[in-house]
Design a protein around this ligand. Structure first.
Ligand code: GLU
Length: 482
């Protein structure tokens, strides 16, 4: 007997920015689907909540998945399908559950139910179970939860989880207007799409006994269930969009590489089983097992993600690094006009930057001194490096040496010249180069200084040192007068 191929699904609701937790769910489903030639992951957009859906969120989901490497160019991908297109199926199934006696119509208002109940937490009391109501205005359809016994959810990650029927109310599966609720629509779609594995966030575990009852009422064997651990922040609180940076897009914009993100997300609740953590998708994917996912919460450690990303950046080839940086260096995002960007200069400086940045966005403050007319103004750096008196004296000494046509304009002689200028004032190289760095780049930290001076060229370096000196002299004058 051949086994039915795996069909997983990723079923986001397009109601907001694409969440890193959603990305992890998608990747786990994707890994499993890719393990079989016939395996599929269906993307199903659960767009039935018309009030909260927006088409741009759907586009955002598709874009984000594509960035992670999940999309229609891979034969394991199917979709996107839209839940709203299944409306007839949802209604038909609701109707068939009514006809088979597994569901009944109910016209109780919320107030009526509450009046009858001492304890409102108990939920619906089954008042209409045997009233034999037909469909009609104001009548919702409720599922008849079997009396006695628990429903046992056999979860691949959590093991057997029992839910006593006494604690499950006869839940609504379709509203009075016939529209289905999440529990029903989600099951009907999984049935229709032949889903074999439901791998999703832990928050859906409480829906699962209800959904399993629906599968059983439809006389079908439920899928494999697997509920992924919650993702928590440093305070061990569930990641939330109010508190934490959860949008995958923010990471992309900061310059996280998709492959580093994929690698890191895969480790939120799962590990390849040896000590290796940095591992490309192609090696991780075949090792992934749902049963090996941990049930305890997973810490989203941004520092660790940054470290991963730095490693991935350093592993890029030189040309690849330049290409990956391009979105930050040209066009809208760059703080200079495209005409000011000199690709050759960037290529020359790129290896120095590649070993230093943890996210690609950090490339900009490292190289902006090369492409801006004047260095950025950073008061903290200025105040730190430009000490009255000695700062000016140091710049004057450097200026004299840099202006000497006998000085070859290259990193080594520039270093020697700066060292000499410092020594003439009793300054060690560290202290001597700080005012030069701030005068030329605007900042106290950055790429190796003397390579930077070489690249910027004598003329621009002298102009910047001259401008800084003017500013220093003006400051000194003010202090003297004040
Ligand atoms: N639309 C649901 C959600 O985004 C899907 C739940 C599921 O995967 O079954 O939470």
């Amino acid at each position: 007997m051949t086994e039915t191929p795996i069909r997983t699904r990723f079923a986001p609701s397009p109601t907001g920015m694409f969440h890193v937790g959603g990305a992890r769910s998608a990747l786990f489903n994707w890994a499993l689907a890719q393990q079989q030639a016939e395996g599929r992951m269906v993307l199903r957009i659960e767009d039935t909540d018309a009030a909260r859906n927006r088409p741009e969120w759907t586009e955002g989901i598709i874009r984000a998945l594509a960035w992670l490497g999940i999309g229609a160019d891979d034969p394991h991908f199917e979709g996107p399908h839209f839940q709203s297109e299944q409306a007839d199926q949802h209604r038909e199934t609701a109707r068939s559950l009514y006809e088979s006696g597994r569901a009944y119509y109910c016209d109780c208002t919320r107030e009526q139910v509450q009046e009858r109940r001492d304890n409102p937490n108990l939920g619906y009391d089954g008042f209409c179970r045997d009233r034999g109501l037909e469909a009609g205005p104001g009548r919702a359809l409720r599922f008849r939860v079997p009396e006695g016994g628990p429903t046992v959810v056999d979860d691949r990650i959590r093991g057997r989880v029992e839910f006593e029927h006494a604690a499950i109310e006869d839940f609504v599966i379709a509203r009075a207007d016939g529209s289905p609720l999440f529990v029903l629509a989600n099951v009907v779609d999984d049935v229709e799409m032949g889903i074999t594995h439901v791998i999703r966030g832990e928050e859906h575990l409480s829906n699962t006994p209800k959904q399993q009852l629906l599968w059983e009422a439809l006389e079908l064997a439920p899928p494999v269930w697997a509920h992924l651990p919650v993702i928590v922040n440093e305070q061990r609180k569930k990641l939330s969009k109010r508190r934490d940076k959860v949008a995958l897009e923010s990471y992309q914009e900061e310059g996280y590489l998709a492959e580093a993100m994929v690698n890191y997300l895969m480790l939120l609740g799962w590990a390849p089983g040896d000590d290796r953590e940095i591992m490309p998708w192609s090696q991780m994917q075949p090792l992934f097992r749902v049963a090996d996912v941990n049930s305890s919460s997973a810490f989203f450690d941004e520092k660790k993600l940054r470290a991963f990303n730095g490693e991935y950046i350093r592993a890029l080839g030189a040309d690849e690094f330049v290409e990956r940086c391009r979105p930050w260096l040209t066009g809208e995002a760059a703080p200079w006009d495209d005409a000011a960007f000199d690709e050759d200069v960037f290529r020359a400086v790129a290896p120095l930057a590649q070993s230093r940045v943890a996210v690609l966005g950090e490339i900009v403050p490292n190289v902006d001194f090369l492409f801006l007319d004047t260095p950025v103004e950073d008061d903290r750096s200025w105040n730190k490096a430009m000490k009255p008196g000695v700062g000016r004296e140091m710049l004057e000494a450097a200026q004299a040496r840099f202006a000497d046509p006998g000085l070859a304009w290259a990193a080594e002689p520039l270093k020697a010249a700066t060292e000499e200028a410092g020594a003439s004032l009793g300054l060690k190289l560290g202290k001597a180069q700080a005012p030069v760095r701030v005068a030329v780049t605007g900042r106290t930290v950055g790429l190796p200084l003397f390579e930077s001076l070489e690249l910027l060229g004598r003329e621009r370096v002298l102009a910047r040192v001259g401008a800084a000196l003017e500013r220093l002299r003006a400051q000194e004058k003010e202090t003297a007068q004040g």
